[in-house]
Design a protein around this ligand. Sequence first.
Ligand code: GLC
Length: 728
Amino acid sequence: MIKYSYLLVITFFTFTLATAQNDIKDNEINKKIDSIISLLTLEEKVAMCHAQSKFSTKGVERLGIPEIWMSDGPHGVRAEISWDSWDYAGWTNDSITAFPALTCLAASFNPNLSAQFGKSIGEEALYREKDVLLGPGVNIYRTPLNGRNFEYLGEDPHLASKMVVPYIKNVQKNNVAACVKHFALNNQEHWRSTINVEVSDRALHEIYLPAFKAAVQDAKVWAVMGAYNKFRGQYTTHHELLTNKILKGDWEYDGVVISDWSSAHDTMEAALNGLDMEMGTGTDGLGTTTSNHYDYYYLASPFLKAIKNGNIEESVVDDKVRRILRLMFRTTLKPNRGFGSVNTKAHHDVARKVAQEGIVLLKNENNFFPIEDKEGVTIAVIGENATRSMTAGGGSSELKPQFEISPLEGLKQRYKKAKIIHAMGYHTGPSVYDNIIPSKLNQDSLRVEAIETAKKADIVLYVGGLNKSHLQDCEGDDRQSYELPYNQKEFISELKTVNPNLGMLLVTGNAVETPWLDKVNGLIQTWYLGSMAGHAIADVVSGDINPSGKLPFSFPKQLKDNGAHFYGELSYPGDGVNQYYKEDILVGYRWFDTKKIEPQYAFGYGLSYSNFDLSDIESNTNKFNTDDSIKISCKVSNIGNVDGAEVVQVYVGKKKSKVKRALKELKGFEKVTLKSGTSKTIDIDIPVSSLAFYNEGKSDWEIEKGEYIIYVGNASNNITKKIKVKIQ
Ligand code: GLC
């Protein structure tokens, strides 16, 4: 046996050396994988298909096959978790760069930035010796109440698809697997572990799957995470239609499917419906017990027994192991894998750049922003969110950053002439890094102090919004109301009363109700920006950076204006068992446009300190065949006196159609950076194939012939020109 294993180890390392010249093609890796599988015992194969600890799976020691290590999350590498409990391990060498949450990345409308984001976070994951980074999340923003929207890429499938691909490609260039999640239809946190989603095939394929499809087919993602919820009565983590038919069948996905933590529920389904790596299951199935007897996992001893007694073919476990070994050859077994890096200036610069480009200027009456740094001027920075950590909390995507510059800190460092004063205004309870003990804080005195502070100032900058605590922007449940919490509406009015020169920074990952909007002269959406939050906020507030972000989701004026809420409880959040996506394909601006409901702020909207003009908008021709590409050219001019960037957006609609259609749908965009007084003509290509609708009768895509309208503008509700074209 020893001789034999030496031979194996030599073979193994010969192979490893050989791949160093990268001269082994996939098919040769597949041959090697098959040869390794033939050497594994059934017990060893089954053991590779489920967790051995909270965030790792077994290898095969006798053959030198390594373990696989995973870590959250989508906007930073999470602090080390204990081997067999959800407690943090208490390491002192696992602090990292906290990048902006992905809603901010989406708001940048800049795929090049997404590439830089992926490269940087991939380097940090590699440095932290993780083989799988459990992100990005791409679930579509269906309701503003979803606790995890801040982690995702907004309401539009085209934007999410275009922004997710560079991120994944560049994470994986570090020989670390990205893991796109949560596949699929996890569009709320309320009842997430059990709710059964009912939605049409058309909405599934046109709205909820495209970003996953792009991750698989364009980015070649190496891992996909199943979701907690059910779809048409079956758990999505091991789903016949979603996992077997669509993901591994139609899309020809060759990577691994990893469960969400305790989202597996049945051995036969997990085995036969495409789950490859079961994580986080508690023996009581709830995933919360610390007594995770890994042998009792669905893909552990019950799976082994089912194979042994002939109920499941051994080829089923072989396919899982083949995928797991392929994951290893792409990551932990990749020769010259590199060492990565963490907390570097380069990463901090990327985090700051993404934040700068994702921040959205929503309102700017009388040019309230930018605020000049002037001698003799006092600026009162008011609000708990001016100092509260926003990398803490939020659930599994929470982070332990090496540092986190708060909005107050960033403004204090930037403003050298003006005087910055601060008052908290209210305290909502300790965040992880907050050493204030609530009992020592009297809410009334906090409020009085803030009002007095505001009175003394020339300018008041209120930093409000949500935070990452339970029932706000946080995993595990949704917000229970659309309005701002902690009586902020009244507080904003009180501030306005004592000082009319009031502006606001809105720290959220979601839309909120804005009945206080008339009270603020300027309003900036600042997201959850991570380590460099305060610097990026000060960059924009001071005018060092001209904001160029655009909303990746709509702000309804009131919750019932939103499509998911229009149809009542059965649509959102459901009745506790089922929920029905009755708005169907009309998600977000598709709903507002088609139902002619004006949102407070529209998808794609964002102001600048400059002004831009779109002109000379043309299509290369007006008649197209189905395999053509529509080329839209547009001249963009910066007619203001500040350098900046504009996002040209191209939407397409079809008035006369044999199927229900949204008025228009985003099919192309480009961000154009221009010095003041300069212009540039850009071309945006729209493949005619991207205009196809999903024909439910044929269970396939179909391009409908006839007349279409191309809408070109700088927001979904600000269209400069419409062009009629014909598909023949
Ligand atoms: C959580 C999340 C998932 C995360 C996993 C591990 O429940 O749904 O996004 O990656 O468990 O923390």
